[in-house]
Design a protein around this ligand. Sequence first.
Ligand code: SF4
Length: 115
Amino acid sequence: MTKTLTCIECPIGCELKVEMDAEGKISVTGNACPRGKMYAIDESTCPKRIVTSTVRAENGVMVPVKTDVPVKKSEIFNVMETINRIVCKMPVKIGDVVYEKISDDANLIVTGNVN
Ligand code: SF4
């Protein structure tokens, strides 16, 4: 099986060619650095994404948040359900953890100062 991906690890956006043989061994070409190879392998075996959203604060203000590491795509629905239930305390600042281990090792952190 062969497929083509665009690496999203940096703005260069290398075009990656990913081949998987009958035993499941993956080879990657087109990557200009090792991050591209890791991205292609992860994307082919267990795709992950940073989740970006907002949570409601106790005063009704919406607070911008994201996961501090990518989460499995299969877990994003559960993460969003949790995000929708969160009411965070105020004040918050960039980098504050709103919810620990929202999925595996991912914490939900604040991405903007809100008073
Ligand atoms: S392979 Fe490396 S240089 Fe190319 S887009 Fe990915 S991170 Fe950037």
